[in-house]
Every structure is written in structure tokens, then in C-alpha cells.
Design a protein around this ligand. Structure first.
Ligand code: C6P
Length: 417
């Protein structure tokens, strides 16, 4: 076995990771005979037992449809579902639960806005995004532009993978109708200067959507302090279930925007002469919602708050530092995305080895990473590469996970030499 270069010791953190890891049954297993080093949480995080139990408890004891029945189970289900909405509200510090719309995830949230907001857009209007975006924050806006004749303006990035703020400022103008930017890049880990982005947009009275899929699980997010108009994120990246997410919007926007889908629960009255819509946030939640998903997300919020978002951020930052030094110090590795402010994502390539081959070799060594374009093809195009290998962190990762990654990389180097 190759000795791990001790280029840098990992800064000790306040988290008792050994104890926290015991909350995640999935992490205890062996993969291909090795301990599992799960380094793919940007794609989807793992779930602690308390989230699994919350969903199970709901199905075993409380399941019924919400907002519809007078019977006990329907009351219980409604209480748990609306309780989860209040937990999410507190978690991101929204002013009211009227501003918390449950969706299927970040993609669904952004599509909701693109469909609903599109009604106010005219030919020649402009939507500003950045070169760093995930496809979910590109394609809905391209579709809107096709529908309306609006124009997509793209803020360029520099070689470190940071948004060029000078270019951003010069793109804001009288035709800009919306700025839609990621809080944290999934492909590179860049933390964007969202406070400055929002402040500049405010000067032109332009609303801002933040794609928070990669921010909410890793740092404290306060939508009131940020003063963003819209914020989107997914439950499954923050220890919650799949198929549940959140669209936050300021109440005045939700009052103004038309509903995205029609159906049950989003109405007050229906007749063949016309329909009146329900109060917020139900106007945007047509049909039976993902009740179990919301309840699981509420349990995930409790769990994360119990650990502490500041502690989570500090721990992930220490692991990222350690990984950046150790992986970046290996001959033949190129790090992709070296922004000054980064969250727990390490994208890289190894000379002469296709990322998919690297991912397969690492999997044989028990290391789970994602390889490819990470649904951010324009970022890959910018760097002139087809894809990267991406190790992404969560608070349950420890130094041992990174050491196992490094052993796997040395194994790959030996195989390809
Ligand atoms: N990124 C990744 O491996 P959904 O699929 O709707 O939960 O999230 C979409 C999405 C939107 N924005 C950002 C910044 C994201 O990172 C993602 C999901 C995963 O990077 C899966 S492609």
C-alpha cells in the first residue's frame, strides 16, 4: 500500500464525526471488500436513521391525504406536513410559511419560476445567468427565451472558476428582467459573491433567483439577510428524501405570479365559469404533495440544526483544505476550479486517464466519486475538457475518506503506467 503523503495535517474540527457516522447505516457497509468512502454527496447525500425513521413512522401510523379530511389520520398528516414547512421556514429564516412552496427539487423550483415568471417577459427582455450554472439553471431560461423572444445573457468566469464581477455589472441594464445564479457551483465548488450580486441587481430593481442546491446543505443560509427574491434547493442533498425540494419566494412575488400548474388543492372555488386560487403557498402546490418527503425533510432540518450549520461548514472546509493539498500534490493531477472561496467540491483530472476509468478504479477501492460533466457542460467547455473526476464532501466525511481516495489515485497511476 502506498504511504499517504503528509503534506498537511488536517485541522481538527468541533465535530465528532465518528459518532455522527454511526447515524448513517449505509456508511457501515463494505464496497468491493473495502470500507466505503462516500465522496459523492453533491449528487445526493446519505440519510441518517432519524430521517429514515420519520418517513417510516409516518407511513406506519399517520398516512392520509393532507388538507382534505376531517378524520384523525388526515389531521395528523396535515400537522406533520405543515410542521415540516415551518421547520424549513426557520431553517432558511423566511418571513412566513406563505413563502415556502414544496416542490420536487431544485429543478422543479426553477422550472416553476421560469413558467410563472415567463408571463411578464417580452421579446428583447434579458435574463442574466452565469457560465458556472448547472443545466437546471440554464435550460428552463433557454426554454423561456424560445417562448418569448427574450435573450439569455451569460456572465463569463475566470480561469479559477470565479464569476467575473466586472462583466456581471456591465450586463445589468434596463432590459434585464431577472438574474438567476448559483449560490455554490456543483462542478467546481466556487462560492459565488451572492451578497454583491444581489446588491448590484437591487440598484437596478432587478429580482434575483439563487440556485441554492449546493449551498443549503453546507452553510447557514438566511434568505431574509440575503434579501434575494427567489431561492431554490433540494431535500436529497441535505440528508432528506428524494423528490422533495423548496421554492422560496418573497410573498409579494408569490401574490403577483400566476400558478404554475392547475389541479386539486391550489383552488378556492371551481366552476365552469372560472376558478379562484387558494392562499399562499397552496396556490403553487397542485395535486397531492410528497407528504412523506416533506416530513423526512423536516426531520433532516432538525438533524442538521442539531449538529450546527456553522460547525458543518468549518468541518467541510478543513477536509477540503486537506484534500486539496493532498490530491493537488500528486504528480499528474490537475485541479479544476481553484476559486478563493470554495465549498466541499474537489474536481480534478489525472493525466492520461479518462475520468470514467478513474471512477471505476476508485470504486474497486471502495471510493464513490462522480465523473463526467456534472450537468454543467458549459463549465467543461470553458476549461476545454470533456469532464472531471469530482470528490464532494459532507459533514460525515473524515480524513480517512480522503486518504482512501489518495490510495486509489496512486493505484490508478500504477495501473496506467
Ligand atoms: N446536482 C450533481 O451531481 P435536482 O436534481 O433538481 O435535485 O438538483 C439539480 C441541481 C441544480 N443546481 C445545482 C447547483 C445542482 O448541483 C443540482 C444537482 C447534482 O451535481 C446532480 S446533477
Amino acid at each position: 500500500m502506498t504511504a499517504i503523503p503528509d503534506q498537511k495535517k488536517m485541522t481538527p474540527t468541533a465535530l465528532d464525526v465518528d459518532r455522527l457516522r454511526q447515524d448513517f447505516p449505509i456508511l457501515a457497509q463494505k464496497i468491493n471488500g473495502h470500507r466505503l468512502a462516500f465522496l459523492d454527496s453533491a449528487a445526493s447525500s446519505q440519510r441518517p436513521q432519524c430521517v429514515i425513521d420519520a418517513v417510516r413512522h409516518y407511513y406506519e401510523r399517520d398516512h392520509a391525504n393532507v388538507h382534505r379530511g376531517v378524520h384523525t389520520l388526515s389531521h395528523r398528516a396535515t400537522e406533520a406536513y405543515e410542521g415540516a414547512r415551518e421547520k424549513v421556514r426557520q431553517f432558511i429564516n423566511a418571513a412566513s410559511t406563505r413563502e415556502i412552496v414544496f416542490t420536487r427539487g431544485t429543478t422543479d423550483s426553477i422550472n416553476l419560476l421560469a413558467a410563472s415568471f415567463g408571463q411578464d417577459i417580452e421579446a428583447g427582455d434579458e435574463i442574466v445567468i452565469s457560465h458556472l450554472e448547472h443545466h437546471s439553471n440554464i435550460v428552463p431560461w433557454q426554454m423561456l427565451c424560445e417562448r418569448t423572444g427574450a435573450v439569455l445573457r451569460v456572465v463569463p468566469i475566470n480561469d479559477r472558476g470565479e464569476i467575473r464581477m466586472d462583466e456581471y455589472l456591465s450586463l445589468l441594464g434596463p432590459r434585464t428582467r431577472l438574474v438567476a445564479i448559483s449560490h455554490v457551483s456543483n462542478a467546481l465548488g466556487t462560492i459565488n459573491p451572492v451578497e454583491q450580486i444581489i446588491a448590484a441587481a437591487r440598484e437596478h430593481s432587478i429580482p434575483v433567483l439563487l440556485d441554492g442546491a449546493q449551498a443549503v446543505p453546507h452553510q447557514r443560509v438566511d434568505v431574509t439577510a440575503l434579501d434575494c427574491d427567489f431561492y431554490a434547493f433540494s431535500g436529497h442533498k441535505m440528508c432528506g428524501p428524494t423528490g422533495i425540494g423548496v421554492f422560496y419566494a418573497k410573498e409579494e412575488w408569490l401574490e403577483r405570479l400566476p400558478p404554475y400548474q392547475g389541479g386539486g388543492d391550489m383552488i378556492l372555488t371551481v366552476s365552469f365559469a372560472g376558478t379562484t386560487y387558494n392562499d399562499l403557498p397552496y396556490k403553487f402546490e397542485a395535486g397531492t404533495p410528497n407528504i412523506a418527503g416533506a416530513i423526512g425533510l423536516g426531520a433532516a432540518v432538525d438533524y442538521l440544526l442539531d449538529i450546527g450549520m456553522d460547525e458543518i461548514q468549518a468541518h467541510e472546509s478543513a477536509i477540503l483544505d486537506y484534500a486539496t493539498n493532498a490530491v493537488g500534490g500528486i504528480d499528474g493531477i490537475q485541479l479544476v476550479g481553484t476559486a478563493e472561496h470554495k465549498a466541499g467540491v474537489l474536481s480534478f483530472n489525472l493525466d492520461g486517464v479518462h475520468p470514467h476509468d478513474l471512477g471505476t478504479i476508485l470504486d474497486h477501492h471502495g471510493v464513490a466519486i462522480r465523473t463526467g460533466h456534472h450537468c454543467a457542460m458549459p463549465v467543461m467547455e470553458f476549461f476545454g475538457i470533456a469532464g472531471t473526476a469530482r470528490a464532494s464532501l459532507a459533514f460525515y466525511n473524515c480524513r480517512e475518506d480522503i486518504d482512501q481516495l489518495i490510495e486509489g489515485l496512486h493505484l490508478a497511476i500504477r495501473m496506467f503506467n
